[in-house]
Design a protein around this ligand. Structure first.
Ligand SMILES: *Cc1c(COP(=O)(O)O)cnc(C)c1O
Length: 430
């Protein structure tokens, strides 16, 4: 495939946008080459600026669970836009989407809308600190909760009590309040809690990790966290920005049967417009301004276009709950097809999957946390990525990302993808 125009556009972008992109993951730094510029998309397909058609497994990193330019979502936005794009005053649609979200998700009474997953997680942690009167938080190595300061903390040589920032600009003071734990390691969490008695406000976790590839929680892990939180008066925050309205109507809480105290959302909840949200039971949410002392605000929060897209998306999912099973089945089919091909060509690999989240790791060991996710052979991934791209399949340009399966993908698309994997596995020495 030819990417001449994309490369020219990337060159122009680099002159005026740092690295040519408005979010680093879009650059192809991890895999080499120039990013592809999209012209338009419909259903399961992307059409780029060079006229290539690609089967899309990123889907805006999750939001387009029904495929691109879904009619009801697009119509809702277009109709809303004609009536004004922002007021900074309350609108009825905010209550409508809030009522729907609260009815779909277990264990929440009230929800506050923001503009991104980052904002949702940042605000959820502030709320947890305000509610508990404690400062420290526990997060897990390899879990991503957006780019606010508290979350950009590195797993430095087991120094869990004095984490060091992994981005310049994050202060040591901030880093010290974030304690790093190992995913799927309950004993590790327990020891961190024991050495910080009465100091921990919350544990924030991706209930199914999706930002180090897909890593499901091992049996008993989330239940164990729930019990630890109850014992030690710590709030459990499920970051469901990726899993919310994807794994089930009620997200991971529903699918896995574990209740969180605060839940954060993003991605699917906005139907492709910038929306995030955080939610909890009434007693916690009432600590937020203007009812309570914990401040949180936003000029464009609850924006009518964003709410229209989100409401249309959630309505589709609420009215057609069989979608969740359908995309999980498609994901299972893809898993089996890819595994058969990679086995046939003796490519060392591990595939993780839960619901409609799946990731292919080029490692033999099972991938259960950040350390084991990092073992995968990145050179193999690069060849795999570019090989698929040359065959019209677009997966995330990083070995640490989940593939997002959408309802728009047909079994023909999946077969085309599996055939492309076979082509790559047979012609490139993976
Ligand atoms: C994408 C993501 C975020 C950040 O959301 P943005 O809208 O990119 O700010 C937070 N948490 C998880 C689990 C995510 O996948």
């Amino acid at each position: 495939m030819i990417y001449q125009r994309s490369s020219a556009l990337f060159k122009a972008a680099q002159n005026v946008i740092p690295g040519g992109v408005n979010s680093p993951v879009r650059a192809f730094k991890a895999v080499g080459g120039d990013p592809i510029f999209v012209k338009q998309a419909k259903g399961a397909y992307l059409y780029d600026e060079d006229g290539n058609k690609l089967i899309d497994y990123i889907n805006s990193w999750g939001p387009m669970i029904l495929g691109h330019a879904h009619e009801s979502v697009v119509n809702a936005v277009v109709e809303k836009a004609k009536k004004g794009t922002s007021f900074g005053m309350p609108t009825e649609i905010e209550t409508q989407i809030a009522e729907l979200a609260v009815s779909m998700v277990p264990n929440i009474d009230k929800i506050r809308f923001v503009n991104s997953g980052t904002e949702a997680c940042m605000s959820a942690v502030r709320l947890a600190r305000g509610y508990t009167g404690k400062d420290k938080i526990i997060k897990f190595a390899g879990c991503y909760h957006g780019h606010s300061d508290s979350f950009l903390i590195q797993a430095g040589s087991g120094a869990v009590t004095f984490g060091s920032p992994n981005s310049p600009g994050v202060t040591k003071g901030t880093a010290q309040d974030t304690l790093l734990a190992k995913y799927n390691d309950l004993a590790n969490v327990e020891s961190i809690i024991t050495s910080n008695t009465n100091e921990i406000a919350c544990i924030i976790i991706e209930p199914v990790a999706g930002n180090m590839g897909c890593i499901p929680p091992v049996k008993g892990f989330l239940e164990g966290l729930r019990a630890l939180c109850d014992t030690h008066n710590i709030l459990l925050i499920f970051d469901e920005v990726m899993t919310g309205f994807r794994l089930a109507k009620g997200g991971a809480q529903e699918l896995l049967g574990v209740n969180a105290d605060i839940v954060t959302f993003g991605k699917v909840i906005g139907g492709g417009l910038p929306v995030g949200a955080f939610a909890a039971r009434e007693e916690i949410m009432n600590h937020l301004a203007p009812l309570g002392p914990v401040y949180q605000a936003g000029t464009l929060s609850g924006n009518p276009l964003a709410m229209a897209a989100g409401l249309a998306m959630l309505t589709e999912l609420n009215d057609n709950p069989e979608i969740f099973k359908s995309i999980a089945n498609k994901t299972e089919y893809l898993h089996k097809g890819i595994a058969d091909v990679l086995n046939k060509y003796n490519v060392v690999h591990t595939i993780n999957r839960l619901g409609s989240m799946i990731s292919v790791h080029f490692a033999e060991e099972s991938v259960v946390d950040f350390d084991t996710a990092a073992i995968g052979n990145n050179d193999t991934f690069k060849k795999f990525f570019h090989g698929l791209l040359n065959n019209g399949i677009y997966i995330a340009p990083s070995a640490f990302e989940t593939w997002f399966i959408t309802e728009a993908l047909t079994y023909d698309d999946l077969d085309t993808t599996i055939a492309a994997v076979e082509k790559v596995a047979s012609t490139i020495n993976l």
